[in-house]
Design a protein around this ligand. Structure first.
Ligand SMILES: C[S@@+](CC[C@H](N)C(=O)[O-])C[C@H]1O[C@@H](n2cnc3c(N)ncnc32)[C@H](O)[C@@H]1O
Length: 180
């Protein structure tokens, strides 16, 4: 069976074409602008987990974040490097990241955690690399978008499953739904 990680690598070029077509994706139309106000101001160091071809990563850098990005897809990381050659970018799984404990005071993960094979491992890693009191800001698709998956699975990939995993590791969480 194909893993989600392999599926993303196989579809990476189509994804790059999709997200780089101006105005085509909901990111430019509203998702980014709903997400950014949730973040604390730039601090010590910010990590973008599942950064893809780097659209949010570049935006956060332009806002003053000292940023690193990680994604499991080599093709997507190559594409991110083409537009931001000096950015710190890593090919790695969210469930095994190449950073020391407490390396970041902010972690963002935008529309990624519903797509990882090992959600529990990814959340454990986010908690590990985040300093105590740091902020993890996570956006996942609305449950309406994952209705098919919910029908198939006992453990749907909603924000609540990510939050339960974070809370299980002693992190406090807060949920918000965008209004549009
Ligand atoms: C919907 S895309 C979002 C990408 C980016 N955050 C954005 O908004 O453009 C989901 C991303 O999750 C990444 N991904 C899937 N499994 C992963 C894993 N185990 N570790 C890290 N990234 C993963 C995919 O390669 C893909 O870039």
């Amino acid at each position: 069976m194909t893993s989600l990680r392999e599926a993303w690598e196989a579809r990476a070029r189509a994804w790059i074409a999709w997200v780089r077509k101006p105005g085509h994706d909901s990111y430019d139309r509203y998702h980014r602008d709903q997400f950014l106000p949730l973040l604390p101001p730039p601090g010590r160091r910010t990590l973008d987990v599942g950064c893809g071809e780097g659209r949010l990563t570049r935006h956060l850098a332009s806002l003053g974040h000292r940023i690193a990005g990680v994604d499991a897809s080599p093709t997507l990381i190559d594409a991110a490097r083409e537009l931001a050659p000096d950015m710190e970018l890593h090919v790695a799984s969210a469930s095994k990241m190449p950073f020391d404990d407490a390396s970041f005071d902010q972690v963002v993960s935008f529309m990624c955690l519903h797509d990882v094979d090992d959600l529990d491992g990814a959340v454990t890693e986010i908690a590990r690399v985040l300093e105590p009191g740091g902020a993890a800001c996570i956006a996942v698709v609305h449950p309406l978008n994952s209705a098919q998956e919910r029908a198939r699975s006992d453990e749907p990939r909603t924000s609540s499953s990510a939050f339960r995993a974070l809370e299980g590791r002693g992190r406090s969480t807060r949920s918000t739904s965008p209004s549009w």
